[in-house]
Design a protein around this ligand. Structure first.
Ligand code: GSH
Length: 203
């Protein structure tokens, strides 16, 4: 069985939504984020970055990095069709958006949520981080052509994008500005499996 280490409102949402979508059996292990349980020695042994999430695989090994967890689950459950298989013409687009979301937009949120870690003038860091987020989301907005990030086909990219939009405060401001992104996020919210994870994260 998988064990997902999670906290509400964190990057554990996407892996949890994927676990729900593929119908995997898993145990959700709640970390007390406010008490910084993700920085304890026990958790650091699982994820030396001290970040949420981490996931223990059925063979007992533990992995970290949200996008890696998501993509690994997509590979393990091809019948769930959350990623185009290797060789599929949509596979490059899947990689493109997964990496753009995880490597470009997600790190920018660190300036938004932890500005004091970047410079003494935290307010300025957060303001510039917000501007950057809006510019980065605009790339997604302009790149969306169909119902989902890959066009007609739903994928884990949509789950990832939805998660990132929920971190913007308030998400409605982002949705009002970017209707294509809003449509994808609403589509994810309407999926019963993903919704179970979303509801658990909202508490
Ligand atoms: N690159 C990591 C980032 C994970 C991450 O930043 N997690 C946040 C919660 S959303 C966290 O644990 N923050 C605690 C901290 O930065 O001290 C991943 O994708 O797993």
């Amino acid at each position: 069985m998988f064990k997902l280490y999670w906290s509400p409102g964190t990057a554990s949402l996407a892996p949890m939504a994927v676990l729900e979508e593929v119908g995997a059996e898993y145990e959700a292990i709640l970390l007390d984020y406010g008490a910084e349980e993700q920085k304890t020695a026990d958790y650091l042994a699982l994820n030396p970055c001290g970040l949420v999430p981490a996931m223990t695989l059925p063979d007992g090994r533990t992995m970290f990095e949200t996008a890696a967890i998501v993509m690994h689950l997509c590979d393990l459950y091809p019948a769930a069709h959350l990623a185009p298989p290797p060789g599929d013409p949509d596979r490059p687009l899947f990689y493109q958006w997964m990496l753009y979301l995880a490597d470009t937009i997600q790190p920018t949120y660190r300036r938004y949520y932890y500005p004091e870690r970047f410079a003494a003038d935290a307010e300025d860091v957060k303001k510039r981080g917000t501007d950057t987020l809006l510019a980065e989301f605009a790339i997604v907005e302009d790149g969306l052509r169909g119902e989902w990030m890959l066009g007609k086909r739903f994928s884990a990219c949509d789950i990832y994008l939805h998660m990132l939009t929920t971190w913007f405060e308030p998400p409605e401001a982002l949705y009002a500005r970017y209707p294509n992104i809003a449509r994808v996020a609403a589509g994810v919210e309407a999926r019963p499996a993903a919704r179970r994870a979303i509801d658990l994260h909202r508490g």
